[in-house]
Design a protein around this ligand. Sequence first.
Ligand SMILES: [Zn+2]
Length: 877
Amino acid sequence: MRTITAILAVCGGVLVASGALAVAALPSPQTHFGFAPGADGKLLDYEQIVGYLKLLDERSPRLEMRQIGTSPLGKPMYVVFVSADENIARLDELHAINRRLALDPEIPEAERAGLVANGRVFVLETLSMHANELAPCQGFLQHAWELATTADPAVLAQLANVVLMVVPAHNPDGLDMVVENYRKYAGTPWDGADLPAVYHRYVGHDNNRDFVTLTQEDSRAIARLTSSEWFPQVMVEKHGMGGSGPRFYCPPSHDPITENIEAGLWTWIATFGTSMARDMHQDGLTGIAQHWAFDDYWPGSTETCIWKNVVGLLTENATVNGASPIFVEPTELVANDKGVVEYAKSVNFLDPWPGGWWRLGDAVVYELSSFRSLLRTASTYREELLRFRNDICRREVERGRTQAPYYFVLPPTQRDRGEWVKLVNLLLEHGIQVYTATERVTAGGRQFEAGSVVVPLAQPFRPFIKEVLEKQRFPLRHFTPDGEIIRPYDITSWSLPLHRGVTAEQVDVRAPELEKRLRRLEAPLALPAGPRELPAGSWGVAFSANENEAFRAAFAALKAGLPTSRIDKPLAVGDVTLPAGSFAIRPGADPRTLSKLLGEIGVPATVLAAEPAGLRQVKLPRIALVETFFHDMDAGWTRYLLDSYGVPFQVVHPGDFDKTDFAKTFDLVIFPSTDKNVLEQGRYKSQDHYYLPDLPPEFRKGIGAKGMEKLMAFFDTGGVILAWGRSCGLFLDGLEIQRGKDVTEDFRLPVSDIGDELGKKGLDVTGSWLRVKVLQDHPLTWGMPPESGVFSRGRPVFRTGQPAPDADRRVLASFPEHDILLSGYLEGEKLLANTAAAVWTRKGKGQLVLYAFAPQFRASTPATYKLLFNALLLPRL
Ligand SMILES: [Zn+2]
């Protein structure tokens, strides 16, 4: 690491040259904190990071901090602008230039030349969204101080051309959790242990899967910067990765890539990535990989802004354990991912790192080199980047005018109108131009009623519209002729209409008459308000079981103590037909309670003049949600979904099962998808090997025999268990119930998992949207259409059989014989034909509901939320 020391010495020389006064007024991080960021054993928490940046903001004209939102746990989030002081003084004028170049395809050439001449390149840098990937957020303080104090003419010239806008911690809540955990165990035998939780209020690592659906406050704050507020031309998301592979990853990414983004944008990503690799090699840094592991096929990460014409980059840095160094034996080094398989010199991995000690300080040195490179490249190409941003805007609008599809139309007649409204408002939040038809219109030979929402493709963010409103067809690319296909990094389906059960019609011909009858939607869409008060003499109100919002209403009513029932058959009220399972809610003693509820629900209620027949009263269920200490993201998403629909629940960890009297405390236990061995034993199993996480033993306790006995006692006395995905395995290999001191009753439910068997025959589902037939008129499927999509990763696959005398089963949803794939990628489709995807099963009074798919996958599958909500309200037998 001799070369690294030399780089720091050079930087130090520059800083001394900047003058003693500036250095004294602006203390370096080392002077301010008493150690350099990245020092062994030292981590800065969010308050320290923000506090130091505020100090620079107050004392330097080259910095300005602005709040951009609030984290899920209520911490203020900031962006720090860093540039030449004359640029900081005219940020608002520069902002107007950015907006114009990004969104206006018809700027006259002379005016455009003026905007380009006066504009500056804005580079958004968002740091350490994965809170244990610490080098970017810790190292940035050094970079900020260097830029605030430098007198180096070359760097000053760069700052004259470029405005950096840095989100110093993308995930403030997670950062503080990780830092607190590190400090707690520092110097103990568990120094550097993992956090026994998700590093976020809800979603942990999946915060980088949220940039299409925008469910979390932090994702929304950052997405606004690129979608509707600042329109930076360049964006980098800075991550860390494992410690035993390459030291640093620079773009470009590996295949597959999305087809919806034009070649020009990819060339800019490559320009920044390759300049970075070159600059880092020049700085003496080894182990830099490109075209490796990561791809740009799936939207959902922070770089989803590339579908909105931003030159979006990802970098990854080898991590350590918190701030504790690691030693990597040369024999342990692996690359082992697409692009670089052997850890050896390759065209995209030119100078492998040889192994040895690796410290947070080393990772910070790599970050500083990459930060400086980004600034240098953006400055070098200032004029070209600004011109490109407007060129691509022009080209995308032109494509939308001359190539199909021309429009997506979302008619107002929808099965779940609340989801239609939410989808339209999500598009608005993404900066999409959305219109409504002012009268009945014809397009592509089809008629659309007045009030239809129309999204024309002739607009700057056309790639994003296409990507999220189309169904996905995974591009098959191979490593060698006839060889293995190149698999995607993440999932392969994200179509918003399909995942939300909303009808969207694609129109492939230009319709000038339609365009004359459109009004721009400027404010969020809302359904016409329903009654806010119950008319005198009426019995109550109803909400249609077809609406997800009906469940929000039901839980709000139950929590407020209002008598709430489900109507067990269809009911016609005037011109409204309420389907079976709709909710009937009566006013309580205080009429204001119901009025408040009616004002809060996003869909209108139907007034019931008299008591309907077939009422089944529902009670507020007492829900246990099982969450492991193993960064349990699916449990986190479930907590988020339940909180957002006002469903109360209590988290129970597997290690606490033996102390929990489930039978007394709960009506329902939810097992979100997690590894069966983690649940049972507190460790992972892969083939014949067990793997332990880096967690202290108190967080590695599984359910165990005693805990399982408690759970089975709950089941035996009429408890309901809901499980999906991998957790189903816990219940499919034989169970037992204790019947007195020495008597055990063994039993097997009439359902088994044939997923492994089908996998060996070639079934492979990469996170896709698959068609199922849905059993109708069942309390678990009320509100669901006869045919739906589900989000599947291919495991488990159920087979039911004849039940034992005291057991039963019902297949709630099954895959059809043909055309199973709706969106994404599926190998071995025939193997899935006619298999069960959702099963209700019973033994004695106990009921178990098993879903092969995630009904709430990343809070992005509202089409199947009803399957989850119905299970919460399933009555006891
Ligand atoms: Zn990461």
